[in-house]
Design a protein around this ligand. Sequence first.
Ligand code: GTP
Length: 382
Amino acid sequence: MDIQWLFLILAIVVLVFGVGVVVANRRKMGSGQRTELPPRPAPSAPSTTTEEPEGDTLVEEPPVVEPEPEPEPVKPLSLRDRLSKARASFSGAFGSILGRGAITDETWDDLEEALLRADVGLGVADGLLEPLKERVKAKEITEPSDLLAALQADMIARLADADREVHFDESLEPGQPNVWLFVGVNGVGKTTTIGKVARQQTEAGRTLLLAAGDTFRAAAAEQLGTWAERSNTEFVRGTEGGDPSSVIFDGIERAASKQIDLVLADTAGRLHTKTNLMEELKKVRRVAEKGAGTVTETLLVIDATTGQNGLAQARQFSEATNVTGVVLTKLDGSAKGGIVFAVETELGIPVKLVGVGEQVNDLIPFDPDEFVNALFDTGTDG
Ligand SMILES: Nc1nc2c(ncn2[C@@H]2O[C@H](COP(=O)(O)OP(=O)(O)OP(=O)(O)O)[C@@H](O)[C@H]2O)c(=O)[nH]1
């Protein structure tokens, strides 16, 4: 064989062997890489893509998002929760009465004290307890628990039969707005109450205008303006120290021209001039009735924390103007919820709405059953 041919055959053998070794090494390396891959992120990792070699392509996995834990539902406070201070006036007395096991002289002292502390007034306290004493004397009631149940029922009965509707006259023509006047001394929560009513009435589908007839304090008008913005209602205000009646008159005229359903009118609780407040309120009412509107409610706003003082105010206001209902505010912070009984029994004015907090939904229709039951429900207070 020619030496050249020998070299050529040798070179081919070496080449074939070399390629075989390289391919075998590559295979080996390929399988080694796979085992050295970093571990896959756990499903809960926030990363949204996972790279995993599969041949030469990168596979995108859908993001693994763990569901957010359900937020604990916020339980709205019940009337019972809001009345914790008022209930405290009763719970101590009820505890001692039930603890004694029999109806004694102390039972009557405890009950009278609890009722007076809650500010129902002496007349109402006597009116509630005297008939019960007769029933105990006649052995119709013998157990302390039955006595408390009878008192609870009598308190509910005393508040029954009142017309608690806030009146809106649907029969008035467009251009003849209903007018609700809000009266009461400063700081009782008039402006806040108007804001809450505005929101509720707007949600009920009525169109509204708020008239800032309290011209004593510029801040009061500004506060009302903010409520008007929040509930997207029309708003009329006057100059500071201006005539409250004219602001309300202008408001009613504007509402009439725009065919607005309802005007909520804030009034002064104090005046710049020496004019008597009550005379001013009479004038407000006269002027409000002069134009296109009809006053269908005059709501007296009373701060429940003032107890019997509130009663004195109610008497004065009702003598000056035809008060058709009471709004009792701040019942949530008051131990003197008994004022409800004093106002209704002594003045015959129904409590129509109660304020139980500062938020827009914290104004609710007054429900005697719910109210009295909340006062007596001392079960879990300890
Ligand atoms: N806790 C509680 N606070 C209330 C309630 N109603 C009103 N308030 C608060 O009482 C304060 C006085 O309320 P306003 O609405 O400004 O009282 P006002 O009668 O208009 O007083 P002036 O603006 O001074 O005429 C504010 O801080 C209100 O948030 C209620 O039902 N519960």
